[in-house]
Design a protein around this ligand. Structure first.
Ligand code: GTR
Length: 354
């Protein structure tokens, strides 16, 4: 399979090239924010008593308030930060649920492993539906009003914006290590986590779990059962810039592929998680995407992806370079063991800088 190169023939400094990759991804797939908020403010809105988790962690809720020309928009960020000495690595977790803990979030285990987690419930930012006049459109109202439909960014970009605003908040909180900020999400929010780290170089690492199409899976050379551009833009056109749907069935004409999204995170760390039975997300395509993205790290003299000659039986981890990959048996889900794989990658890479 022939993929568009990450590295140009004429040498450029990496940051220049990286910005070109990001620009193409935004122009062709996700859409760029038309502008940023004018100012931001943070406020603590609640705090659990000190006996929370037996006194081992602090649990606070904060409000991120963004001021725009036409008004302001606020969303909550729910934090669990381990108590005790030192600065903790942390995850900005793009969450399918507002509750803590929940089906996809083992709060106590992560805290016991030494991680802070700031959870953003994605529907607090904007609803998971096409744009209309309903109040739960949230931040989309500010980013879409007055912007021609063709130019509007998709909702993935708005959720990625929220991840960065949660990072802004995190950088004001005690107990968190500003140099060890990760962004993590499952499925559509795994796509978003990768995009957030491509857009915001303050993220030390990005983690996607079962992110699939428009996440860590390549558009070219998909398995028969895998989600295609046609399928994803038929069901979720509003996740993307309008033009992206025109590539349905024309994948070969894309001037990029998803290894550019992973490459745009280089020289930082990225870790891709797949479930062996999640053929819709296409685990082999996700692995091939890591393989193809390796070139970015290698061009800088860094270890990229420690690719296997043949794909081992799940479960396995490939954590050798700047790109990590884990696969477990089973279906589409954000399991405890996925978090444990992500946490292990984060701990391993936190002990050194790439
Ligand atoms: C599916 C969608 C996938 C994936 C998933 C999810 O229906 O086709 O791209 O994002 O939803 O987010 O759970």
């Amino acid at each position: 399979m022939l993929l568009p190169r990450l590295i140009t023939e004429s040498p450029k400094d990496w940051e220049t090239r990286r910005k070109e990759l990001v620009k193409t991804l935004l122009d062709e797939e996700y859409g760029a924010l038309p502008f940023r908020e004018k100012s931001l403010a943070f406020g603590k809105i609640s705090e659990e008593p000190s006996r929370y988790m037996g006194g081992s962690a602090s649990r606070t809720d904060h409000l991120v308030r963004a001021v725009f020309d036409g008004g302001e928009f606020s969303f909550p960020v729910r934090a669990v930060i381990p108590n005790g000495e030192g600065l903790h690595p942390f995850f900005i977790f793009l969450n399918f649920y507002p509750e803590i803990p929940n089906l996809y979030y083992p709060a106590e285990e992560l805290s016991d492993l030494g991680f802070g987690v700031l959870s953003v419930y994605y529907k607090d930012v904007t609803c998971d539906r096409a744009f209309d006049s309903s109040p739960d459109q949230g931040a989309a109202r500010f980013f879409y009003d007055g912007v021609p439909e063709d130019e509007r960014c998709g909702k993935l970009t708005i959720w990625a914006w929220a991840a960065s605003r949660a990072l802004d908040l995190a950088l004001t909180l005690p107990g968190l290590d500003p140099g060890r900020a990760a962004v993590i999400g499952h499925s559509r929010l795994g796509k978003t986590a990768l995009l957030a780290a491509a857009l915001d170089t303050r993220f030390f690492a990005a983690f996607s779990n079962d992110s699939g199409c428009s996440g860590a899976a390549l558009h070219r050379g998909k398995g028969d059962k895998a989600e295609s551009i046609e399928a994803i833009t038929r069901t979720f056109p509003y996740w993307f810039k309008k033009n992206f749907a025109s590539y349905a069935g024309r994948e070969e004409e894309l001037i990029f592929d998803q290894h550019w999204l992973l490459g745009a995170i280089c020289p930082r760390f990225v870790c891709v998680g797949s479930a062996a039975g999640d053929l819709w997300a296409d685990p082999d395509s996700e692995l091939n995407c890591c393989r193809a993205a390796s070139e970015a790290w290698e061009s800088l003299g860094l270890e990229g992806f420690d690719a296997p000659e043949s794909v081992p039986e799940a479960p396995f981890r490939l954590f050798g370079g700047g790109i990590g990959y884990y696969r477990r048996p089973g279906k589409h889900f954000f399991r405890r063991r996925d978090w444990l794989d992500a946490a292990a990658f984060m701990l391993e890479k936190s002990s050194r800088k790439n």
